[in-house]
Each structure stands twice: as C-alpha cells, then as structure tokens.
Design a protein around this ligand. Structure first.
Ligand SMILES: [Zn+2]
Ligand SMILES: [Zn+2]
Length: 280
C-alpha cells in the first residue's frame, strides 16, 4: 500500500514562510491499495493537488473518499478536486456518521458557500453507507471506529491484501490515563499496523486551555503509540500556528521517547509530499 500525505495541517490552512517545509494544506491522505484501488482520507485543501495529479495520470478517475467528519478543514478542498468536474470520474463517498451526508452537501454545495449545487456536479458521485462496521473496498478490508471529538469523528483502519495496514485516527482527543477505556479501545483497533496516523495538534503547554477542543497532545499520542506499537507513528493534523522549526523539535523529542519506550516504533512528523510504501 502506498500512502501519500497531501495535507497535514489541522483547523485552517496555514501557508507562509514558517510552514513551507511541512506544508499548510489541511487533512488529505491518499492510500493506493495492492490492486490499484485509490482511497482518499479526508478532503481538506490538500485534495486539490491530489486531484490534479490523478487527472495528469488518467482521463478517468475512480476513487473512494473516506471522511473522518465534516468540519471545514476536512472538506474545504472538495469543490476544488478537479476530477469532480469530469463526467468520467467515479467517486464513492463514505460519510457514515448519521446525518453527515446531508450536512456535507448542505454545507458546501448550497449556492451560498459555492456557486454550483450538488445536483449539477458532472462526476458520478455515489454516497455509500456500509451496513456493517467492517466492509471491503478493492483489495482491502476497512473498519471504522468512533473518536472523541465534538460533533463526532470516525477513524479508519485499512488492512490490504498482502498484509499492509494503516490506521487513520483524526480528529481525536486522547484524555485520561493510558489504562483508560479510550486508549485501550484505540490501541486494540490500531494494534500492530504498519502506519498509525494520529491527530497531534497540541503540546503540553497548550493545556488546560484547549482541553475539550477535540485534539490530542503529542505526549498522549506517544503513549497510544507505545500501546499499539505500529511500525511507524505519524504525527498529523498539526496546529496552524506550529512552525516548521517547532515541528522539527516535536519530531526529535518523539523519536527519543519512542526509542526508550517501545520495541520498534518509529516517529514520523507528517509533511506534505511524504510518501510511504507499507508492508514491504
Ligand atoms: Zn480537523
Ligand atoms: Zn474536527
């Protein structure tokens, strides 16, 4: 499975000289499965570049979009996903959360926030609602799990044919002790994956002010990493005010901590353009 980051920022796009290395686009990750099926995790502003790349490679694009939730930073790029404006495109969207489908369409394509209404999109867009918490897409088994986030978000685990595995957990606030039900549930869900991508928006010094805002402190994410022991733990959904230099520091600290507390988990600070081949 080939995983590529197109947007790693949380809350709001943050372009500028202090974020140029890690990137200012909001959440969007692509996962290309063993059989060539394309999954897209979230439609933040990073999806614009992904769309352009897909169209450069093929006239007709087929993709599966998994939405963690419908907060702005996870859908803002969607109208600018160029394949949406081609009739050859086949796009399956998995909103899943109870009323997310309606909210999703109402929020963007409502003639107020964007000039085109949902019914005038030329691509073949299919809203899929799997009946179970586990379902198949292409060569992979996909699972979902509820996260701790205002308005509810959901995380995904993707197990591809051949053994490559990915867990995508954003937006999520880890709270309480390492032994708590939330940590245990998420550690079981992402146990032993090749790559665990987790919301790491805050540092300890941001608390207690931002407690309850639905995002995790890096130290707590490392604790989850020590429980789940993925091969790689990607810190993701960076605060818009976190500079490149500050993220370098976060990465160095995380690497040191994981080397001391886990058997083999490696820290990765996600940046735009980072591409990882899993299961190899
Ligand atoms: Zn977010
Ligand atoms: Zn959110």
């Amino acid at each position: 499975m080939r995983v590529t980051f197109y947007g790693v920022r949380g809350s709001v796009p943050a372009p500028g000289p202090t974020t140029v290395r890690y990137g200012g686009n909001t959440s969007c990750v692509s996962a290309e499965l063993a059989d060539g099926t394309r999954l897209i995790l979230d439609a933040g502003t990073g999806i614009r570049t992904l769309g352009n790349e897909l169209l450069a490679g093929s006239r007709s694009v087929t993709a599966h979009l998994l939405l963690s939730h419908t907060h702005w930073d996870h859908i803002l790029g969607f109208p600018f996903f160029a394949p949406l404006w081609r009739p050859e495109t086949q796009l399956s969207i998995y909103p899943l959360a109870s009323d997310a489908q309606e909210r999703f369409q109402r929020t963007i394509f409502d003639d107020i926030h964007f000039p085109v209404s949902a019914s005038d999109i030329p691509a073949q867009v299919d809203f899929v609602r799997p009946a179970e918490e586990v379902w198949r897409i292409g060569s992979a088994t996909v699972r979902r799990i509820a996260l701790n986030h205002p308005g509810v978000a959901q995380g995904f685990r993707v197990d591809d044919e051949g053994g490559a595995s990915l867990a995508y957990l954003t937006d999520n606030e880890l709270v309480g002790e390492r032994s708590s039900e939330l940590y245990e549930r998420l550690a079981r869900f992402s146990d032993g994956v090749d790559l665990l991508i987790h919301d790491s928006q805050y540092l300890a010094r941001d608390m207690p002010l931002k407690r309850g805002w639905g995002h995790s402190v890096v130290d707590d994410v490392l604790n989850l990493g020590a429980l789940a022991e993925p091969r790689q733990l990607a810190l993701f959904h960076h605060d818009p005010d976190r500079t490149d230099d500050a993220l370098d520091e976060v990465g160095q600290r995380a690497s040191r901590w994981l080397a001391e507390h886990t058997r083999a988990t490696e820290a990765v600070v996600a940046h735009e353009g980072l591409s990882l081949l899993l299961g190899s």
